[in-house]
Design a protein. Structure first.
Length: 317
């Protein structure tokens, strides 16, 4: 789609409200605060708000605004980094006059009057950085926005390691560095670990389970989260601990949230697993997806579904 359409809509509206997804991560924040900064720096007279839940992990990127419903009257709403409507953080996204969706996930819900979805981008923040770059003669960007987008790019690509990272990713990251980003500073903020976290890592590494077909997973129960005194967000970050173990191409962290909500973070460096996630109210990318279980009792069904996928994949390889 022509990105001019999005630029023209931004120019047209006085109030722009930017939503992201539930439990925002670095890419969600990076996209939201990056876009806010571009619009505010370029058009200071506009009112631009970021709304939604907060993230402790990337709190240095920005703090969401608390706004009244009345702000939505006649506004433009932009939702970033969210494929599924039910995962949009703050249900008021429907109250604006027009809605734009900007995302890099495999589409689940086609919401929005204007949709820019491109699954070739390894992060949504890179899409926002690209948008800025495309119109750089007309748009402005400050260091705050550059840090936000750089944070989104590095977190969603696992520090430039994941599939989808290409020349453009590095070019745009380089462009953000010219706007004042100090990579070591961002890395330091992202890499700090508490002692509790290090101990929990030990628990995950010694307590994971394995299926017959090479699916590795850890059950992050409320008991464990409370015992180690970590936040839900910190507990969820343990997914990275289980990746890259030889002969175990699919791994997952299954986290119990308050209110008996059991969420699955599913990853692969072998078969596609987004369609397995689809079977459990989830979705995402081919090799990084999320899903939901009705209760722990449904875990064997997930293990079975992943096992089947691994069997099919081995046969075809
Ligand atoms: P996560 O494990 O939460 O980082 O999710 C991995 C990817 O899957 C992200 O890109 C999410 O946006 C997506 N995802 C997670 N949960 C769901 C869900 N319930 N429905 C659709 N997509 C999801």
């Amino acid at each position: 789609m022509g990105l001019e359409i999005i630029l023209n809509k931004i120019k047209e509206y006085k109030t722009i409200i930017i939503h992201g997804h539930l439990r925002p991560d670095g890419d969600c924040y990076g996209s939201q605060f990056g876009l806010k900064d571009i619009i505010k720096s370029s058009f200071p007279e506009k009112e631009v708000y970021v709304v939604g839940q907060t993230s402790d992990y990337v709190s240095f990127v920005g703090t969401p605004d608390i706004i009244d419903d009345s702000k939505y009257e006649g506004s433009l709403v932009i939702v970033v980094d969210t494929a599924t409507e039910s995962r949009i953080s703050d249900p008021r996204y429907k109250l604006g006059r027009e809605l734009i969706k900007i995302d890099h996930h495999i589409p689940v819900d086609q919401y929005g009057d204007i949709i820019w979805v491109d699954t070739n981008f390894p992060s949504c923040a890179q899409m926002i950085a690209y948008f800025y770059y495309r119109f750089k003669d007309e748009l402005k960007l400050s260091k705050t926005g550059a840090v936000a987008m750089y944070t989104g790019i590095v977190t969603d690509t696992g520090r430039f390691r994941f599939r989808g990272v290409d020349e453009l990713t590095h070019q745009l990251a380089g462009m953000l560095i010219t706007k004042g980003v100090e990579p070591d500073e961002v890395d330091f903020k992202l890499s700090q670990e508490t002692l509790d976290m290090v101990q929990l890592k030990g628990k995950v590494l010694t307590g994971f389970e394995r299926s017959t077909e090479g699916f590795i997973y850890f059950k992050m129960t409320r008991d464990i989260i409370e015992e180690y005194g970590v936040t839900d967000e910190q507990a969820a970050s343990m997914i990275s601990v289980l990746g890259g173990i030889e002969n175990h191409p699919v791994w997952a962290l299954i986290i119990e949230y308050p209110g008996n909500e059991v969420r699955v973070r599913l990853r692969s460096n072998g078969p596609t697993i987004s369609d397995v996630a689809n079977q459990f109210e989830g979705g995402g990318h081919a090799k990084a997806a999320g899903a939901r279980l009705n209760s722990w009792e449904d875990l064997p069904k997930l293990v079975e579904a992943v096992n089947q996928r691994l069997i099919e994949w081995r046969k075809s390889n």
